[in-house]
Write a protein that binds this ligand. Structure first.
Ligand code: SF4
Length: 178
């Protein structure tokens, strides 16, 4: 089984979305948020792309293949840069970056921190990794493993985050609007 940063991120937003994604029910290509996020990324980093390296990492953790593609790694300062459009699911972004930091560490690559940038909000969040975080990530991996092997998908969240989710129509078809 493979667990990547997207699954870590989605698990921290909505287990149901994580289950959909892991089981190949993917609607993200139609998501405005995803498209918009890509635009933000291009706008923000195009002019300084030479400063960063793109790295792809894997690690076999107890039979689970952990994978991550870090688009902007500052090798000189040992900083991961991640760009997001909105901070609505900030905790999920933070865990995604902590997962990258852990993956680098597992591969013997020294890191300093991660920085999540929100160009449209003119905000940034610094992210660090400690032992407690690593324990949480280990627990998350175990939970995701159990979750994706379930035959039934988890229930809908029924929260305001659903309205900006690419699975909204799929989840709420036939139901009253939130
Ligand atoms: S619409 Fe809501 S319940 Fe459905 S996948 Fe998205 S966040 Fe989860």
């Amino acid at each position: 089984m493979t667990i990547n940063a997207t699954l870590i991120n989605l698990y921290n937003v909505c287990p149901r979305e994580c289950w959909f994604h892991a089981n190949g029910i993917n609607m993200e290509q139609t998501s405005d948020l995803v498209a918009d996020g890509k635009v933000v990324e291009e706008e923000s980093y195009l002019q300084r792309s030479d400063k960063y390296s793109q790295i792809e990492l894997t690690y076999d953790y107890k039979g689970v293949l952990l994978t991550g593609k870090i688009d902007f790694y500052d090798t000189k300062n040992k900083i991961i840069h991640e760009t997001k459009r909105s901070n609505k699911v900030e905790q999920a972004h933070i865990w995604q970056v902590k997962f990258y930091l852990w993956l680098l560490e597992l591969n013997g690559i020294e890191t300093e921190k991660g920085i999540i940038e929100y160009p449209r909000l003119r905000e940034r969040e610094e992210v660090y990794l400690d032992e407690e975080d690593i324990n949480y990530l280990k627990k998350t991996i175990k939970n995701i493993k159990t979750l994706v092997n379930q035959t039934e998908c988890p229930p809908v969240l029924n929260t305001k985050i659903c309205k900006s989710c690419s699975y909204y129509d799929f989840c709420y078809a036939g139901e009253l609007l939130l």
